[in-house]
Design a protein around this ligand. Structure first.
Ligand code: GLN
Length: 379
């Protein structure tokens, strides 16, 4: 174990600028002149791996925090299916989404690390059960030797905000896959445009609940209370005001509002969108979702994997990221549009660096082995 790395506070962010310890700069770009961000939240992990300080690193990916920094720093990043790697010991941000992921330069190292970590753990109540693990082995239709797979492109990902360079790289990668003998097919996942709202309702609600324990008395950092002069409510207020980054405070307020039911139950409604999304994914993948018992038959309009970008733009400069965070914090949220679908449905997503950006290979829930195998064939 070499060390712990920097990240946006509690994993909340996409640019590694919501920090207590200062921003992480991207080692792929010149640092002296107008440095670029490493991406968040696990930017410290991605930067350390990019610099060769470690063979691989881990981080939590709640809505893209392993895949986005891996893309910005030119590394391979893997978010396994939800529940594959134990969350025991991980500080919860949004527990229904938090997934331990891996960053490495080398596919063989990443796969080795994943094989070690991919274990049922009774200490994590959301760990994927042994029975589900067995069921997955029987269900995956992709054999390691498959040379002709069907790759789906969701039409909802063809957004106008995608910069031309990323669009061009995407087309180049697709034509490379065609030459390798794979088929490319457009598919539709109509819920994709609605997912940012669902994601930010769910993650803030869960965060507001998880972070309630950080009251300055029972855990961690404490502010105030000098010489026994303050009351418990004063210590709590001061600790929470001074200890949390402004972005964390914003999300706690948003999440508390969401859970309060003031204007309808947003948390439940967001989870209904999530259920609908899982059904849409079940319709387009060849593999049956191991958590559902009906066997969906393979037909010609289905695919083995999806292939989509991770981000709509190049990494911003630190200056740009700071300025947009000040002007409108929602701008950073929009950049999660391509990473939250796999998070909300708990699907495995492998980020492969390609052409100065990165693309995600997304498979059905549990189909991790096949996703990694397929990813290993792409240079
Ligand atoms: N950018 C997303 C957020 O701020 C994802 C973060 C993460 O995966 N931890 O919530």
């Amino acid at each position: 174990m070499v060390g712990k790395t920097n990240l946006d506070q509690f994993g909340m962010g996409s640019n590694n600028t919501n920090l207590v310890f200062g921003p992480v700069l991207n080692p792929k770009y010149p640092i002296e002149d107008n440095p670029r961000v490493a991406g968040g939240s696990s930017g410290g992990t991605a930067a350390a791996v990019a610099l060769g300080s470690a063979d691989f690193g881990i981080g939590t990916d709640t809505g893209g925090s392993v895949r986005l920094p891996a893309t910005y720093c030119g590394q391979i990043g893997y978010k396994p299916s939800y529940g594959r790697i134990s969350r025991w010991g991980v500080v919860a941000y949004a527990q229904s989404l938090d997934t331990v992921g891996i960053v490495s330069k080398d596919m063989a190292v990443l796969r080795g690390a994943y094989e070690l970590l991919d274990q049922y753990d009774e200490k994590d109540p959301t760990s994927m059960t042994i029975e589900t693990r067995r069921r997955i082995k029987r269900l995956s239709p992709v054999s390691p030797a498959s040379t002709s797979l069907t790759i789906g492109i969701p039409i909802e990902c063809l957004v106008t905000e995608l910069v031309p360079e990323i669009k061009d790289s995407w087309l180049k990668l697709l034509s490379q896959l065609k030459q390798m003998g794979h088929q490319i097919r457009t598919v539709s996942i109509p819920h994709i445009p609605k997912l940012l709202l669902a994601y930010y309702s769910i993650c803030t609600a869960e965060a507001s609940s998880n972070l309630a324990r950080l009251d300055g008395i029972r855990y961690g950092h404490t502010a105030g209370g000098g010489a026994g002069s303050s009351s418990a409510p004063e210590i709590m207020a001061e600790t929470r005001t001074k200890g949390f980054h402004i972005e964390t405070i914003r999300r706690i307020i948003l999440g508390t509002y969401t859970l309060s039911g003031v204007s309808g139950n947003h948390y439940l409604r967001a989870n209904q969108k999530r259920e609908a999304l899982v059904k849409e994914f079940n319709q387009i993948f060849n593999m049956t979702n191991p958590l559902f018992h009906e066997l969906i038959k393979r037909d010609d309009s289905k695919c083995d994997f999806l292939l989509i970008p991770t981000t709509i733009t190049k990494p911003p400069t630190l200056e740009e990221a700071m300025a947009t965070a000040k002007e409108n914090f929602l701008t950073a949220y929009v950049n999660d549009v391509f990473t939250v679908p796999a998070s909300l449905a708990g699907l495995p997503a492998l980020l492969i660096p390609y052409d100065n950006t990165g693309f995600q290979i997304i498979g059905q829930y549990g189909d991790d082995e096949a996703v990694l195998q397929f990813g290993s064939t792409i240079e």
